[in-house]
Design a protein around this ligand. Structure first.
Ligand code: MRU
Length: 348
């Protein structure tokens, strides 16, 4: 376990979240006691990272169930549906959010002939199960990817995929952590990840805590670094993997994949199978979140562009499957042809 936590369920029925907007300057925790509050925390990126927002949303439903005064099961189910719709609307790209809400709602739908108290307990139990599973899944992902990491390994990593992006341990950063724990000589080039600087603020902070050697680079430096410094592999997380392997992740991932291809550096997507969306045939069907202009024209409170500068701010991009060497999941490493092999791993 890390000595900080992304989220914690409090016995009085609240969700405590680490406010990731304040990092690395301050370690601030905020308590949420309504599903609307949790949805807002997801929207404002108090909590972020695909697996973390999924589990936070599940706890948002646990709060909705607990706060409900419904005397009849049908009324409670309707309230949960409404809370679920609100939570899902918080951010559009990471499928884990929809997956987590649907998983809880499907679980309680099975109890529709039970008493409201039974449903309330089941919602919380399911959220807690997902919290626990997330950590186990991440550790398994790390072990599954280990054989792909050479003894001396220089990585480029984009965004933040560590303990902060999950309940704990992390996915792509979890693999780096596993490699480090298994005695690999690891060095990480950390993309700063404009505009919200998840790499600089969060990943560099986590690596420092873990004692893993690293250097922060600007996003545009990846080509130079690959050509001149030697990079053995690129590992990134994912927000949604389509049935053909096309993958949405933090904006800049696609550029990184192109640079990796040009330099013959293996490019790995690392994530849980809950990020795989078999309902969409390709990345063309993934909704890409557009965020506000302020994220680009300011760094912190500082203006870095003239007031009113027109901005285009997609928060994610889609890396085509042909640029991806493999997808590392808790169920194993998936290689091309992805359409066929993703289905095999998903058991369909
Ligand atoms: O906008 P964010 O910070 O939520 O974006 C996060 C990412 O893009 C991560 O790479 C992805 O969610 C995987 S986190 C394990």
């Amino acid at each position: 376990m890390s000595d900080y936590f992304t989220m914690k369920w409090l016995p009085e029925g609240k969700l405590r979240l680490l406010d990731q907007r304040a990092l690395p300057a301050e370690l601030v925790y905020v308590d949420y006691d309504s599903p609307a509050g949790v949805a807002d925390a997801i929207r404002q990126m108090v909590v972020r990272g695909a697996p973390a927002i999924g589990v936070a949303a599940a706890y948002g439903l646990a709060i909705a169930a607990r706060n409900s005064t419904a005397e009849y099961t049908q009324d409670l189910l309707e309230e949960l549906q409404q809370a679920g719709a609100m939570l899902k609307a918080a951010r559009p790209t990471a499928v884990n959010l929809f997956w987590a809400v649907d998983r809880v709602l499907n679980r309680v739908a099975l109890l529709k002939s039970g008493a409201p108290g039974e449903l309330r307990a089941a919602v919380l139990a399911e959220a807690q199960k997902m919290e626990q599973e997330d950590i186990e899944t991440n550790k398994q992902i790390g072990l599954n990817g280990l054989s792909l990491v050479p003894q001396k390994a220089a990585f480029i990593h984009h965004c933040n995929t560590g303990a902060l992006a999950t309940v704990d341990y992390g996915t792509a950063l979890g693999l780096i952590r596993t490699a480090h724990e298994h005695g690999r000589e690891v060095f990480v080039y950390v993309d700063e990840t404009r505009p919200r600087l998840q790499g600089a603020r969060l990943t560099a902070w986590e690596l420092k805590h873990l004692g893993i050697p690293h250097a922060l680079i600007v996003d545009g430096a990846s080509g130079y670094i690959m050509k001149n410094r030697g990079v053995d592999l690129v590992t990134v997380g994912c927000d949604r993997v389509a049935a053909n392997g096309d993958t949405a992740n933090k904006v800049g991932t696609y550029n990184l994949a192109l640079v990796a291809k040009a330099h013959h550096v293996p490019f790995y997507i690392v994530g849980p199978t809950s990020t795989i969306d078999l309902d969409i045939p390709s990345g063309d069907f993934i909704e890409i979140e557009e965020r506000g202009a302020d994220e680009i024209i300011r760094i912190g409170k500082e203006m870095v562009a003239p007031e009113g500068t027109p901005v285009c701010n997609p928060a994610f991009d889609v890396t085509p499957a042909e640029l991806i060497t493999a997808i590392i999941t808790e169920r194993g490493v998936i290689y091309p042809p992805f359409t066929e092999n993703i289905r095999k791993v998903m058991g369909v």
